[in-house]
Design a protein around this ligand. Structure first.
Ligand SMILES: Cc1cc2nc3c(=O)[nH]c(=O)nc-3n(C[C@H](O)[C@H](O)[C@H](O)COP(=O)(O)OP(=O)(O)OC[C@H]3O[C@@H](n4cnc5c(N)ncnc54)[C@H](O)[C@@H]3O)c2cc1C
Length: 505
């Protein structure tokens, strides 16, 4: 392997996107993935006749101009077959008031929210203005946070007068917007916002940055939207892998990076990798794109490996991300209500938010007449660490039953209706993705750490780059693709090249 080559660590959507782009630009790229399968949190697994999406079940950014569409077009790979979700999600606040449907048509959504949350239109129209201004900014590919002159030039190039106005709101939360618009007394609206924001920002309204929250609250509406992929989530990874291999990339599946180090004053990195047979392989690279959670750096780079104590301390002090419990089940479609929405978020006193995704007939996840049903909740990873196997298994059984009971109640199901059921915990996610402790979903989008105030893709080690769900703009397959594109643009800029991926609106 040439010392000029680039190693991408991690073959989830972030790593795959970065690797495919760099290979397309003609660089010798090696992608190292610990699992025998690509996709990470957006991967899939099979149980008999059923295919389950491990984590991500909905995709944003597949519409014309959306980030996946842009990148797939640029990489010259087909846009995967997908259906727009309408509603994008149906929310059950648990107050017997029926479902709140996030319709794709903005006018229909406006009528829905006027019916559901009378008197809240000032709040929504402020969110819409922020949302419009944000998208104009995002489409110009800003670099955030800014760490050098080139980053600054890209940020300034992306700014428009409307962003300067919304910039004044950068330290506010969604709860602050409720106060400003006089909607803070509407408890139903607050519960709705807390639930939805938890999904996208890991934080409730009182802790979600207004500029971030205003955008994700309108993800389901045209001209954006949420999509259901035909087949499974794995298609995203398969297509990116095809692009990467077509452009000469080298893929090492089932190979785990165990150490990254760089001698003082050296321009290259040495990377230790353990293969499937537990052999040690040593690789060299001039640049590393690191798509694992930043917390993994602490284990992979030795104390004397070039990261300053201050940087290491900063990583240690990052807010602790959540873990997830995911229930994977299968039932006969005839046991589900007719016109059952594909994605339902339910408020539950015990778990807070329960997000349910149901497969569509003929989408290849289940045989005809059957449906897969995936339900996820957020948990504190500490509740699942350091348990002996007996306690762990007992806890797993209890929680699995608790989640199933909510689903049984919601859909009038009996225990005998379940053709399959299993639960994954933070421990399972740690095994599947090697994320420390099973953390998922990035750092959260609090005003102190979103966008301009977040963790930079540049690290103190020249040539070591971060992307993935802890880096701007944050979690989700669309977010991590954007972060990977940003890093590739930065790497190319360092080599005197400019990467321009057109937006077709
Ligand atoms: C329950 C749940 C539901 C979600 N729902 C949605 C949704 O509906 N829509 C959406 O857009 N997003 C959703 N997300 C978020 C989304 O899945 C993630 O933000 C995104 O997939 C993260 O991609 P990534 O590439 O940054 O990280 P990962 O997917 O974690 O990829 C990292 C990769 O690195 C590999 N790796 C780790 N350590 C090593 C090592 N030492 N050496 C080599 N390889 C290594 C892992 O095996 C993994 O493949 C959900 C997440 C979860 C957990």
């Amino acid at each position: 392997m040439s010392e000029e080559s680039i190693i991408v660590i991690g073959g989830g959507i972030a790593g795959l996107t970065g690797a495919a782009l760099l290979a397309k630009e003609g660089y010798p790229v090696t992608l190292v993935e610990a699992h025998n399968q690509l996709g990470g949190c957006a991967g899939t697994f099979q149980r008999g006749e059923y295919i389950f999406d491990v984590g991500a079940t909905q995709v944003a950014g597949l519409e014309k101009g959306g980030i996946h569409h842009r990148l797939f077009h640029y990489l010259d790979i087909p846009i995967p077959d997908a259906k727009i979700l309408d509603p994008g999600c149906s929310v059950d606040l648990g107050d017997k008031s029926g479902l709140i449907n996030l319709w794709h048509d903005p006018l229909r959504w406006e009528k829905e929210r006027q019916k559901q949350f009378p008197g809240s239109e000032t709040f929504w129209s402020l969110c819409s203005k922020i949302h419009e201004s944000n998208w104009k900014f995002v489409d110009r590919d800003p670099i955030l946070p800014v760490r050098n002159f080139w980053d600054l030039s890209q940020l300034i190039g992306a700014l428009r007068p409307s962003n300067l106005l919304t910039g004044f709101l950068s330290k506010l939360t969604i709860a602050d917007l409720l106060v400003i618009t006089g909607c803070h007394k509407d408890r139903r609206l607050r519960r709705f916002l807390d639930l939805q924001l938890k999904l996208y920002s890991q934080e409730p309204a009182s802790r979600t940055a207004a500029l971030y929250g205003a955008t994700v609250l309108q993800m389901a509406q045209s001209p954006r939207g949420l999509w259901h992929l035909h087949g499974s989530m794995q298609i995203l990874s398969d297509l990116l892998r095809d692009s990467f291999l077509r452009d000469g990339g080298s893929l090492f599946l089932g190979h785990r990076v165990t150490k990254i180090f760089s001698e003082k004053n050296s321009n290259t990195f040495d990377v230790n990798v353990i293969d499937r047979k537990k052999n040690l392989i040593q690789m060299k690279a001039s640049e590393i794109v690191f798509s694992l959670p930043p917390q993994s750096l602490l284990d992979l780079i030795p104390i004397d490996g070039g990261l300053s104590p201050t940087y290491r301390e900063g990583i240690k002090k990052l807010p602790k991300p959540s873990g997830a419990l995911v229930f994977y089940g299968a039932v006969s479609r005839y046991n589900l209500p007719t016109n059952c929405p594909g994605h339902i978020q339910v408020f539950d006193e015990n778990f807070g938010s329960l997000f349910i995704s149901i497969s569509m007939e003929n989408d290849q996840r289940a045989p005809l007449g059957m449906a897969t049903l995936i339900a996820s909740v957020f948990v504190d990873i500490d509740e699942w660490s350091n348990l002996d196997s007996q306690t762990y298994n007992r806890k797993k059984d209890i929680v699995s039953k608790e989640i199933r009971t909510i689903l049984d109640k919601k859909f009038n199901l009996l225990e005998t209706n379940w053709a399959h059921q299993e639960l994954s915990t933070p421990r399972s996610f740690e095994r599947w993705t090697r994320r420390p402790g099973g953390i998922v979903g990035g750092l959260g989008q609090h005003p102190d750490q979103f966008g301009p105030f977040g963790l930079s893709s540049r690290t103190p080690l020249k040539g070591l780059w971060l992307c993935g769900d802890s880096i701007y703009p944050g979690e989700g397959t669309a977010g991590v693709s954007q972060s990977a594109m940003m890093v590739v643009r930065q790497i190319l800029a360092g080599k005197g090249r400019h990467l321009n991926i057109p937006v077709f609106n």
